[in-house]
Write a protein that binds this ligand. Structure first.
Ligand code: GH3
Ligand code: MG
Ligand code: MG
Length: 342
């Protein structure tokens, strides 16, 4: 049969059987169907080949010397699962509401394992599935059945991968602001609550900087909304470049306002960072001819830091930073002000 797959996308099947004649026959059929093949003659070789080659599917004989197919299947399933959870833990935000979809997807096998065996008593069949086999086929092999099973398992596995990619993209979109690629307001709220609890437990300060572009309405009026958008992107990038510590979060708070959450940071430290950000924006020299206070674009920043306590709330921290920002505006803009209790 002619291959349906483009050359580079031909799925790779790992064929494991201790019987060389049987192995050759399976390989021959699989090649005819357009698959690429690697061979293993026992369980250990199969495990090694899996790690080395990452096949798209594994055909596994149950009865083999050195390591039987059931044991091999169990070890393979463990490897496949741990690789999957490693990939998952690399992703951004595992507590998102979308994690439910993840759990459903996680119940689908990733690299399918098709057991091939002469045994078809109830215990052996149950045992194969218990050990992590995705499906099961009897010897003597009915070649048409094998072909259909392989095709279906590979299709399912491809579909799963596509779902996983789409799911990761959805997760990303759910927490990012489309224009600036900063964290969005929803994620900001969530992260602030989370860090509030952690800092409360550790009795460490949590700081917040609110940054607002000065006279941005005039900027839009003068240069148009599109240039306004590019300007927001530029400011977002400058903020991200300045904010370096792991655990810090830069978010788009709303409109032309951005916010920075700084765990384990006191007022002085946060104020120092706010000043660095302000200077960086000044040094960009983004022309703002309609600004009454400067020929270039400027920022006003409100800074606050508190050690969270049960009688206080994250909303208060926002209120403090906001009132400092208000003062910065009142006192002439292009400045940072640290909130202090009067
Ligand atoms: P102030 O110095 O007091 O902050 O003055 P301002 O003009 O910056 O403040 P104001 O709140 O009056 O205006 C904010 C402007 O930000 C108005 C709005 O058009 C603009 N803006 C908000 N979001 C966006 C956006 O996504 N893109 C663009 N281009 N402009 C935005
Ligand atoms: Mg503004
Ligand atoms: Mg504003």
């Amino acid at each position: 049969m002619k291959s349906n797959f483009p050359e580079k996308k031909r799925p790779l099947i790992l064929v494991t059987d201790d019987d060389p004649v049987m192995r050759k026959m399976i390989c021959h059929r699989m090649k005819q169907d357009g698959y690429r093949i690697i061979e293993a003659s026992n369980g250990q070789e199969c495990l090694d080949a899996y790690q080395l080659e990452s096949p798209d599917m594994i055909l596994l004989d149950a009865m083999m010397p050195v390591m039987d197919g059931f044991t091999c299947c169990q070890l393979l399933s463990k490897m496949i699962r741990s690789e999957h959870s490693r990939r998952k833990s690399d992703s951004l935000h595992d507590d998102s509401p979308l994690s439910q979809t993840d759990q459903i997807l996680a119940s689908i096998e990733r690299t399918p394992i098709l057991m091939v065996t002469g045994l078809d008593d109830t215990e052996s069949v149950d045992y194969a599935f218990e050990m992590g086999a995705t499906d099961f086929i009897r010897k003597p092999i009915h070649w048409a059945v094998l072909r259909q099973r392989v095709r279906r398992l590979i299709q399912q596995s491809n579909l799963y991968q596509q779902l996983e990619i789409a799911n990761a993209e959805l997760k990303r979109m759910a927490i990012l602001d489309g224009l600036t690629q900063l964290a969005n307001r929803r994620y900001f709220d969530e992260y602030l609550d989370q860090q509030w609890k952690i800092m409360e437990e550790k009795q460490l300060p949590l700081a917040l900087i609110l940054c607002d572009i000065d006279f941005f309405k005039f900027y839009n009026d003068t240069y148009g909304h599109q240039d306004g958008d590019s300007c927001l992107i530029q400011v977002a990038k400058a903020l991200t470049d300045e904010v370096k510590r792991l655990g810090d979060l830069v978010a788009r708070y709303g409109g032309e306002e951005m916010a920075i959450i700084l765990p384990d940071t006191n007022g002085e430290g946060a104020f120092f960072l706010a000043q660095k950000i302000r200077e960086r924006i000044n040094s960009l020299q983004v022309e703002h001819s309609a600004s009454p206070i400067n020929q270039y674009l400027t920022l006003s920043l409100g800074v606050a830091s508190v050690i969270p306590s049960p009688v206080d709330s994250p909303q208060n921290l926002i209120k403090f930073a906001d009132s400092a920002l208000y003062l910065a505006k009142q006192n002439g803009r292009n400045r940072s002000i640290l909130y202090t209790v009067d």
